[in-house]
Design a binder for this molecule. Structure first.
Ligand SMILES: Nc1ncnc2c1ncn2[C@@H]1O[C@H](COP(=O)(O)OP(=O)(O)OP(=O)(O)O)[C@@H](O)[C@H]1O
Length: 590
């Protein structure tokens, strides 16, 4: 395997290395409609003002038709069978009429050409979906299905287990929630009531943020299903509070993080009985949930569920190991659906990906330069800076605040209420930088993120793709920069098939380093000690770095120097021992 080797870090070049946002011409929907009611596309400049007016609403002649590419008329689906006046046909007509009324006038959201790329030509109202769901979909502003939604809906409605792979930000949440709600709404009423209130749909998400977000999407789709409810159980909130909520208002859809769900299985009276009602299990970000970190919890959870159920696994990345172990959760005859074409990248073409090599002691000043440049180019900037661990995230955020950037931080060491508040604020804001650990790496849907910076090598190729996927969502443009230390270059091997190119070298403003040292000097020593320990823990187990322990000692010292420390902090003996480093010479211990 040939590595993509970057040039050495040059000492004397300016930082205008990032290509300015191209002022290219794009195809955008014209406000005109042809006599046949087709949308007429023309070519014109999409300057900022044009971009800001990107979503326009326009009436399209009802005659404009859309080709249904996947055959919802298929008899196997049990919907829209034949056009004879049978009872089924009458019901079908009635449903169709309601659907037509819902979308009457064919109000069509006209999007930029690039934003359409993730959508299919199939409209939701052409599909065998209940009028109540259609109403919710309409209120959410969705008209056409995304490609992954179009590809998976018929299979899920047929009752198949599905493993689905689709790029980040292309609507996977609706792809599993909508059919799951449809399955649920067709259950006989005995499944919906009785002494025990069963949980019929169980959605597992790897992070709390993702679970909350999935619940928000579920609530949109359930708006006109008054008898169906969705509830979230996640860590970071009081177990007893969740128990009370579930008792007061038992819902058929439960969205959970694995650890907390396991807690309820073990500690909440009657919970196991409720789980016996599960008809659909969804593993969102399946590869993450099935990797070693979550595997035990997932196995324990699956053991508590009925064997007779439908299982759906969704993710933007499905490494081959996941395909191998998905039998843990799925039936043998499950379908694998991928909307990422064979031989194409798993990342979006409209997201420019670059890497940049900088030694640890220069990384903060390079970061300062990257952010300053980006902000000067785009006043509507919205940046996520990913760091390796929670404590390193906290430190980088503190430095950026000291340098007067507008910053929020989010990581696992913050309380859940703080995380929820910051997440909500960032979702709605412009002109803000979010410094984050991997709690925001997967699935979190922040609209219009303009730049994702990753400092330090991600845990693996999949995590790189998911972090990058926080920008360029729903077909929009974005930019990603991966900043590596020279000794992390080996990581590039794992992403060499992706269109990631080396950024022109960056020489930060000479005055900046001094300012950074001043800021660092003001930061509480304990925060630096925590960052040092966390950094060491991360790289100690990082592939390609952690094996050579003697080298690790030196790299950790380099990191402590980058925080302005003369000597590395001493670590507790038991911490060193836990990391398997107690016998390695060079670490200071107390
Ligand atoms: N058919 C649709 N039309 C328009 N917007 C949609 C449609 N379906 C979903 N969306 C919106 O697209 C955005 C991205 O969806 P979602 O977060 O589910 O993507 P995802 O594929 O799960 O991404 P990730 O891989 O990062 O988890 C959300 O804001 C969602 O509300």
């Amino acid at each position: 395997m040939s590595a993509v080797l970057p040039k050495a870090f040059p000492s004397n070049l300016n930082c205008s290395h990032l290509p300015a946002k191209p002022k290219k011409k794009k195809l955008v929907a014209s406000p005109q409609v042809s006599t046949k009611g087709e949308l007429v596309m023309d070519e014109r400049d999409t300057s900022k003002s044009a971009r800001s007016a990107k979503v326009k609403r326009k009436r399209v002649n009802k005659e404009s038709t859309f080709v249904n590419t996947i055959g919802y008329g298929d008899e196997n689906t049990g919907f829209r069978v034949k056009k004879k006046e049978s009872k089924a046909a009458v019901v079908e007509k009635k449903e169709k009429k309601i659907a037509e009324e819902l979308f009457d006038g064919g109000e069509e959201t006209v999007l930029q050409e690039e934003e359409k790329s993730y959508l299919s030509d199939t409209r939701f109202d052409e599909c065998p979906i209940s009028p109540s769901s259609l109403k919710g979909i309409k209120d959410a502003g969705y008209v056409k299905m995304s490609k992954v939604q179009e590809a998976t809906l018929p299979l899920i409605l047929q009752g198949k287990d599905v493993l689905a792979k689709a790029k980040t930000g292309t609507g996977k949440t609706v792809a599993f929630l909508l059919p799951a709600i449809e399955v649920l709404s067709k259950l006989p009423s005995s499944n919906l009531g009785g002494k025990v209130s069963p949980i019929n749909v169980l959605v597992l998400c790897p992070t709390r943020e993702l679970a909350i977000q999935a619940a928000t999407e579920a609530k949109k789709l359930l708006k006109y299903h008054p008898s169906v409810g969705a509830q979230v159980v996640i860590g970071g909130t009081r177990l007893t509070q969740e128990q009370r909520n579930m008792q007061a208002n038992p819902c058929q859809i439960l969205i959970a993080t694995p650890g907390r769900l396991k807690d309820h299985i073990e500690n909440t009276t009657g919970f196991q009985a409720r789980l016996k009602g599960v008809k659909v299990l969804v593993l969102d970000e399946a590869d993450r949930l099935l990797d070693m970190g979550f595997r035990r919890d997932i196995e324990r959870i699956i053991a508590a569920l009925p064997k007779e159920r439908q299982t759906l696994l969704f993710s933007a990345t499905v490494p081959k190991e996941v395909k191998q172990i998905c039998h843990v959760a799925m039936r043998k005859d499950h379908e694998f659906v991928s909307t990422v074409e064979e031989g194409t990248e798993e990342t979006h073409a409209q997201v420019r990906q670059m890497y940049l090599i900088a030694p640890l002691e220069k990384q903060l000043s390079v970061l300062h330069q990257l952010l300053t440049e980006h902000i000067s180019q785009d006043s509507d900037y919205k940046v996520i800076v990913f760091c390796t661990t929670a404590m390193v995230t906290a430190l980088v955020a503190e430095v950026l605040v000291g340098l007067k950037f507008k910053v929020r931080e989010i990581h696992s060491r913050k309380t859940q209420s703080y995380r929820t508040r910051v997440s909500q604020e960032f979702r709605q804001s412009k002109g803000l930088i979010l410094v984050s650990s991997d709690v925001s790496a997967r699935g979190v849907d922040y609209p219009d993120v303009t730049l994702v910076i990753q400092i330090g090598m991600p845990s693996d190729r999949e995590q790189y793709i998911h972090r990058l996927g926080r920008t360029g969502r729903k077909g929009k443009e974005g930019q990603g920069i991966l900043m590596l230390a020279p000794w992390e270059i080996c990581f590039l091997n794992t992403v060499k098939d992706l269109p990631i190119t080396e950024a022109a070298p960056c020489q930060p403003d000479p005055g900046c380093q001094g300012k950074i040292l001043e800021v660092l000097a003001r930061i509480d020593m304990r925060n630096k000690e925590r960052a040092y320990q966390a950094w060491l823990g991360y790289y100690n187990s990082a592939k390609g770095v952690g094996q050579d322990k003697l080298r690790l000692v030196n790299l950790a010292t380099e990191f402590s120097e980058s925080m302005g420390l003369r000597e590395p902090p001493a670590l507790q003996r038991k911490v060193l021992s836990k990391m398997g480093l107690s016998k390695v010479p060079g670490f200071r211990s107390i």
